[in-house]
Structure formats: C-alpha cells, structure tokens
Design a protein around this ligand. Structure first.
Ligand SMILES: [Zn+2]
Length: 73
C-alpha cells in the first residue's frame, strides 16, 4: 500500500518516528511512483539539501540534485 500525502509530508518534516519511518523509507526506495510523489512534494515545499540529508539512507535513493534544481526554478 502506498503512503498517503500526509505521511510523505510528515517524513519530509522529520515528524515520522520509527518504526513507521523505516517502513516509509523502505517503501520509497523500492517504489518509483512514491519516489516521484515524494520528489514533487519536496520541490513544492522547497526543502533544502540539509533537510534531505536529514532523511539519511533514503536521501541516497532520491535524486537530491534534481530536487534542488527543480526547487530553485
Ligand atoms: Zn508507493
């Protein structure tokens, strides 16, 4: 099952606690659809590279460069 928009936003905000957080991150790593949703959300919220780094392991699966490029438009 895909995470909700609210769950993705909470993850970006660092408001998700384990074990839900780990579950969301694992889902994003394997699910291209949700990675795209998450990227679009990150862009719309203009999150910083620091915020993406704070997501730890998941940020490596995300194209941080692309997010920042889109966010700076
Ligand atoms: Zn998904």
């Amino acid at each position: 099952m895909h995470p909700t928009e609210g769950e993705l936003q909470a993850l970006l905000d660092g408001e998700v606690r384990e074990p839900l957080r780990g579950g969301l991150e694992r889902h994003l790593v394997i699910c291209e659809t949700c990675t795209d949703r998450f990227t679009a959300l990150a862009v719309s919220l203009s999150v910083t590279e620091h915020a993406l780094d704070a997501l730890g392991g998941f940020s490596r699966a995300l194209d941080v460069e692309q997010v920042l490029r889109l966010a700076s438009r």
